[in-house]
Design a protein around this ligand. Sequence first.
Ligand code: S3P
Length: 424
Amino acid sequence: MPTTTLRGPAGPFIADAGVPGDKSLSHRALFLAAMADGESRVTGLGPGRDVASTAAALRLLGATVGNGRVSSGGIGAWRDAGAPIDAGNSGTTLRLLAGALAGRPFRSTLVGDESLMRRPMGRLVGPLGALGARVETSDAATPPVSVGGDRLVGADVTIPIASAQVRSAVALAALQAEGASTIDSPPGYRDHTERWLMSLGLGERLEGERFRVHPGPVPPAVYDVPGDPSSAAYLLAAAALAPGASVTVRRISLNPGRSGFIDVLRAMGVDVAIEVTGDVLGDPVGDVRVRGAALSGVRIDGDLVARTLDEIPLLAVLAAAAEGETVVADAVELRVKESDRVATTVAMLRALGAEAEEAEDGFRVVGGFLSPGEVESEGDHRIALAAAVAAPVAGEVTIDGFEATDVSWPGFAEVLEQVWASSR
Ligand code: S3P
């Protein structure tokens, strides 16, 4: 299994860094463009394997994807793939496919890699079922998921967890239903799908977290995908760990459901400057600059968990370098990501000499201890990416299974090393 060793910079660095296109928005741009009848412009797509899984699935269904364009005869022209569709490592691909395919006249079967085949899909059954879709899973409520062939009728759908993937799946199905639907859930989820549907004239925000979907054809559009804040977070964290260092990332998504990481950095004592520079179809984008500082421990719980979700393994590294204790609670969702991220985050920290312990719904880190070590990615890109950022504080970090980073950021180690070596 390929291993990568990182050591970190010789001294303080000042960098202006580019990051890959946003993964969440890339999936959504591809789906909405493939559901439209005509040609859409889709630029800035994320380069990772997850986005490639969505593009490949949509090609199987009949869309043409490439060269900054997606063309399709509309969702009505989607054809039966005729075999199970493989979503790879990507939960977003599988769950959004389940929603989009729920309204097709044929049945589809959705599968994934070893990690995705263990992830929970029971959460789709009730919400899509409320619209009339029969969603079948394995006995363990995992993939294969089969869906399609049912008449969908608009309904008021309440989702018990703050999952953007489930909300988006319901929205893509609801677009194909007879009559309007509403979607409700706890707060904190990234509302990219809702914002883009509003811009396309296909939805409206109601009180609280309720959103109404107006069924109808999706128009072709121009999607200029901004940078990924979840990727930017690794470079911003590199600066946060190094007093005197500074990193600026430009034109990343500033969706409020993605900005928990910035709120936590500030609570840890980091100097963060944010400038909103525009929006993409109603979803804000802008620049963020972080300056390194002495870090202190924090508590991450409640709605903040959903807004910080994918950055929690990385924040655990910052917590291990901080003074005092950090507690992550209300975060059982971490247990059903690409790996059990409560367990893999604690194992990563311990491999680097940190003091950390698991709780049922999160973990606790006692700051101030990091030493050289060897981390196992467990096939989870976010564990491998977070461990790399620890190198300057730990001394030296070796990561087994570093190729997992290709899921969201092929070439990450080179970019991180360039940032560490920059003097402006
Ligand atoms: C995503 C939503 C989040 C996040 C995932 C991407 C999305 O999952 O963890 O990496 O693009 O909708 P849930 O909304 O299911 O928690």
